[in-house]
Design a protein around this ligand. Structure first.
Ligand SMILES: *[C@@H]1O[C@H](CO)[C@@H](O)[C@H](O)[C@H]1NC(C)=O
Ligand SMILES: *[C@@H]1O[C@H](CO)[C@@H](O)[C@H](O)[C@H]1NC(C)=O
Ligand SMILES: *[C@@H]1O[C@H](CO)[C@@H](O)[C@H](O)[C@H]1NC(C)=O
Length: 172
Protein backbone atom coordinates (compact mmCIF):
# COMPACT_ATOMS: atom_id res chain seq x y z
CA UNK A 1 0.00 0.00 0.00
CA UNK A 2 2.92 2.34 0.66
CA UNK A 3 3.95 2.10 -2.98
CA UNK A 4 0.41 2.81 -4.06
CA UNK A 5 0.30 5.94 -1.95
CA UNK A 6 3.61 7.07 -3.33
CA UNK A 7 2.37 6.55 -6.84
CA UNK A 8 -0.80 8.46 -6.06
CA UNK A 9 1.29 11.40 -4.85
CA UNK A 10 3.51 11.27 -7.91
CA UNK A 11 0.46 11.18 -10.17
CA UNK A 12 -1.16 14.14 -8.45
CA UNK A 13 2.00 16.18 -8.59
CA UNK A 14 2.66 15.45 -12.23
CA UNK A 15 -0.91 16.39 -13.04
CA UNK A 16 -0.59 19.71 -11.17
CA UNK A 17 2.72 20.30 -12.89
CA UNK A 18 1.04 19.67 -16.24
CA UNK A 19 -1.71 22.18 -15.44
CA UNK A 20 0.62 24.97 -14.44
CA UNK A 21 3.51 24.49 -16.79
CA UNK A 22 2.24 23.41 -20.17
CA UNK A 23 0.69 25.71 -22.70
CA UNK A 24 -2.86 25.47 -23.88
CA UNK A 25 -4.58 25.88 -27.19
CA UNK A 26 -7.91 27.68 -27.26
CA UNK A 27 -10.29 27.63 -30.18
CA UNK A 28 -11.65 31.15 -30.55
CA UNK A 29 -15.44 31.11 -30.06
CA UNK A 30 -15.30 27.37 -29.25
CA UNK A 31 -17.51 25.37 -31.62
CA UNK A 32 -18.90 28.53 -33.24
CA UNK A 33 -15.50 29.35 -34.68
CA UNK A 34 -14.59 32.73 -36.15
CA UNK A 35 -17.51 34.30 -38.04
CA UNK A 36 -19.78 37.34 -38.02
CA UNK A 37 -21.78 37.13 -34.76
CA UNK A 38 -25.58 37.15 -34.83
CA UNK A 39 -26.96 40.73 -34.93
CA UNK A 40 -28.58 40.38 -31.50
CA UNK A 41 -25.42 39.00 -29.86
CA UNK A 42 -22.45 40.98 -31.14
CA UNK A 43 -20.30 40.58 -28.02
CA UNK A 44 -19.75 36.83 -28.29
CA UNK A 45 -16.00 37.02 -28.83
CA UNK A 46 -15.15 39.28 -25.92
CA UNK A 47 -17.56 37.33 -23.72
CA UNK A 48 -15.73 34.16 -24.75
CA UNK A 49 -12.35 35.79 -24.05
CA UNK A 50 -13.39 36.93 -20.59
CA UNK A 51 -14.22 33.34 -19.64
CA UNK A 52 -10.65 32.21 -20.26
CA UNK A 53 -7.32 32.86 -18.58
CA UNK A 54 -4.71 33.24 -21.29
CA UNK A 55 -1.07 32.86 -20.37
CA UNK A 56 2.16 33.56 -22.20
CA UNK A 57 2.92 30.61 -24.47
CA UNK A 58 -0.72 29.63 -25.02
CA UNK A 59 -2.02 29.55 -28.56
CA UNK A 60 -5.34 30.56 -30.08
CA UNK A 61 -6.82 28.81 -33.09
CA UNK A 62 -9.20 30.61 -35.44
CA UNK A 63 -11.40 28.37 -37.60
CA UNK A 64 -13.41 30.03 -40.35
CA UNK A 65 -14.66 29.86 -43.91
CA UNK A 66 -14.13 32.63 -46.50
CA UNK A 67 -12.83 35.03 -43.89
CA UNK A 68 -9.54 36.19 -42.41
CA UNK A 69 -7.72 37.08 -39.19
CA UNK A 70 -5.67 40.21 -38.65
CA UNK A 71 -3.71 41.32 -35.63
CA UNK A 72 -3.99 45.10 -35.28
CA UNK A 73 -3.26 47.87 -32.77
CA UNK A 74 -5.74 49.05 -30.16
CA UNK A 75 -6.56 52.14 -32.23
CA UNK A 76 -7.13 50.06 -35.38
CA UNK A 77 -9.26 47.61 -33.39
CA UNK A 78 -11.52 50.40 -32.16
CA UNK A 79 -11.92 51.85 -35.64
CA UNK A 80 -12.03 48.52 -37.47
CA UNK A 81 -9.13 49.79 -39.53
CA UNK A 82 -7.60 46.84 -41.33
CA UNK A 83 -5.24 48.70 -43.66
CA UNK A 84 -1.98 47.93 -41.79
CA UNK A 85 -2.27 44.66 -39.87
CA UNK A 86 0.87 43.34 -38.17
CA UNK A 87 -0.32 39.80 -38.90
CA UNK A 88 -2.65 38.46 -41.58
CA UNK A 89 -3.96 35.00 -42.35
CA UNK A 90 -6.79 33.65 -44.49
CA UNK A 91 -6.06 29.94 -44.52
CA UNK A 92 -9.29 29.01 -42.71
CA UNK A 93 -7.34 27.55 -39.81
CA UNK A 94 -4.99 30.01 -38.14
CA UNK A 95 -2.87 29.27 -35.13
CA UNK A 96 -1.45 32.27 -33.26
CA UNK A 97 0.98 32.04 -30.36
CA UNK A 98 0.41 34.51 -27.52
CA UNK A 99 4.09 35.23 -26.98
CA UNK A 100 3.89 38.10 -24.51
CA UNK A 101 1.61 39.39 -21.78
CA UNK A 102 -0.90 42.18 -22.33
CA UNK A 103 -3.69 42.63 -24.85
CA UNK A 104 -3.76 41.19 -28.39
CA UNK A 105 -6.28 42.74 -30.79
CA UNK A 106 -7.69 40.70 -33.67
CA UNK A 107 -10.23 41.67 -36.30
CA UNK A 108 -11.68 40.08 -39.41
CA UNK A 109 -10.15 41.54 -42.55
CA UNK A 110 -13.33 41.11 -44.59
CA UNK A 111 -15.06 44.39 -45.29
CA UNK A 112 -17.87 45.06 -42.80
CA UNK A 113 -17.27 42.02 -40.58
CA UNK A 114 -15.32 43.82 -37.85
CA UNK A 115 -18.02 46.51 -37.66
CA UNK A 116 -20.59 43.76 -37.10
CA UNK A 117 -18.66 42.42 -34.09
CA UNK A 118 -16.16 39.98 -35.55
CA UNK A 119 -13.30 41.24 -33.40
CA UNK A 120 -11.68 40.20 -30.17
CA UNK A 121 -9.33 41.40 -27.45
CA UNK A 122 -7.33 38.61 -25.86
CA UNK A 123 -5.71 39.69 -22.59
CA UNK A 124 -2.69 37.61 -21.66
CA UNK A 125 -1.78 37.57 -17.98
CA UNK A 126 1.63 38.69 -16.85
CA UNK A 127 3.73 35.76 -15.59
CA UNK A 128 3.57 36.97 -11.97
CA UNK A 129 -0.26 36.79 -12.05
CA UNK A 130 0.13 33.16 -12.98
CA UNK A 131 1.59 31.77 -9.79
CA UNK A 132 -0.99 30.02 -7.66
CA UNK A 133 -1.55 31.69 -4.31
CA UNK A 134 -4.32 32.63 -1.88
CA UNK A 135 -6.61 29.92 -3.17
CA UNK A 136 -6.85 31.45 -6.62
CA UNK A 137 -5.09 28.44 -8.07
CA UNK A 138 -8.01 26.08 -7.90
CA UNK A 139 -10.22 28.21 -10.09
CA UNK A 140 -7.49 28.67 -12.62
CA UNK A 141 -6.72 24.97 -12.80
CA UNK A 142 -10.37 24.02 -13.16
CA UNK A 143 -11.12 26.51 -15.89
CA UNK A 144 -7.98 25.64 -17.80
CA UNK A 145 -8.60 21.91 -17.74
CA UNK A 146 -12.22 22.46 -18.73
CA UNK A 147 -11.40 24.68 -21.64
CA UNK A 148 -9.29 22.14 -23.42
CA UNK A 149 -9.98 18.55 -24.38
CA UNK A 150 -6.28 17.67 -24.14
CA UNK A 151 -6.24 18.72 -20.46
CA UNK A 152 -9.18 16.45 -19.79
CA UNK A 153 -7.56 13.68 -21.76
CA UNK A 154 -4.43 13.97 -19.66
CA UNK A 155 -6.43 13.72 -16.45
CA UNK A 156 -8.21 10.68 -17.83
CA UNK A 157 -4.87 9.09 -18.69
CA UNK A 158 -3.52 9.73 -15.19
CA UNK A 159 -6.62 8.26 -13.57
CA UNK A 160 -6.53 5.27 -15.88
CA UNK A 161 -2.86 4.59 -15.13
CA UNK A 162 -3.50 4.94 -11.43
CA UNK A 163 -6.50 2.62 -11.52
CA UNK A 164 -4.65 -0.06 -13.47
CA UNK A 165 -1.74 0.15 -11.03
CA UNK A 166 -3.97 -0.02 -7.98
CA UNK A 167 -5.97 -2.80 -9.62
CA UNK A 168 -2.97 -4.98 -10.35
CA UNK A 169 -1.42 -4.51 -6.88
CA UNK A 170 -4.45 -4.58 -4.66
CA UNK A 171 -6.85 -6.99 -6.29
CA UNK A 172 -4.49 -9.65 -7.68
C1 LIG B 1 -30.93 35.96 -31.10
O1 LIG B 1 -31.91 35.59 -32.04
C2 LIG B 1 -32.05 34.18 -32.22
C3 LIG B 1 -33.03 33.89 -33.34
O2 LIG B 1 -33.80 35.01 -33.66
C4 LIG B 1 -32.53 33.58 -30.88
O3 LIG B 1 -32.66 32.17 -31.01
C5 LIG B 1 -31.49 33.89 -29.81
O4 LIG B 1 -31.93 33.40 -28.57
C6 LIG B 1 -31.26 35.39 -29.73
N1 LIG B 1 -30.13 35.61 -28.81
C7 LIG B 1 -30.13 36.58 -27.90
C8 LIG B 1 -28.91 36.70 -27.05
O5 LIG B 1 -31.06 37.36 -27.76
C1 LIG C 1 -5.70 53.22 -40.48
O1 LIG C 1 -4.51 53.05 -39.73
C2 LIG C 1 -3.35 53.49 -40.42
C3 LIG C 1 -2.15 53.23 -39.52
O2 LIG C 1 -2.19 51.95 -38.98
C4 LIG C 1 -3.47 54.98 -40.71
O3 LIG C 1 -2.34 55.39 -41.45
C5 LIG C 1 -4.73 55.24 -41.51
O4 LIG C 1 -4.88 56.64 -41.67
C6 LIG C 1 -5.92 54.69 -40.78
N1 LIG C 1 -7.13 54.85 -41.59
C7 LIG C 1 -8.24 55.38 -41.10
C8 LIG C 1 -9.39 55.43 -42.06
O5 LIG C 1 -8.32 55.78 -39.95
C1 LIG D 1 6.03 37.73 -30.75
O1 LIG D 1 5.80 37.30 -32.08
C2 LIG D 1 5.81 38.35 -33.04
C3 LIG D 1 5.37 37.81 -34.38
O2 LIG D 1 5.87 36.52 -34.60
C4 LIG D 1 7.20 38.97 -33.06
O3 LIG D 1 7.24 40.03 -34.01
C5 LIG D 1 7.53 39.49 -31.68
O4 LIG D 1 8.85 40.00 -31.66
C6 LIG D 1 7.39 38.41 -30.64
N1 LIG D 1 7.55 38.99 -29.31
C7 LIG D 1 8.24 38.40 -28.33
C8 LIG D 1 8.25 39.11 -27.01
O5 LIG D 1 8.82 37.33 -28.50
Amino acid sequence: MTTTRLLLLVTIFSFLHYLYVSSFEYQVGDHKGWAVPPANDTRIYNDWASENRFQVGDTVRFKYKKDSVMKVTEEEYKECNSSHPSFFSNTGNTLYKLNHSGPFYFVSGVSGHCERGQKIIIKVMAPEEDYPSHGGAKKSAASRSLSLPSGVFNLATCVQLLLSYVGSHVFF
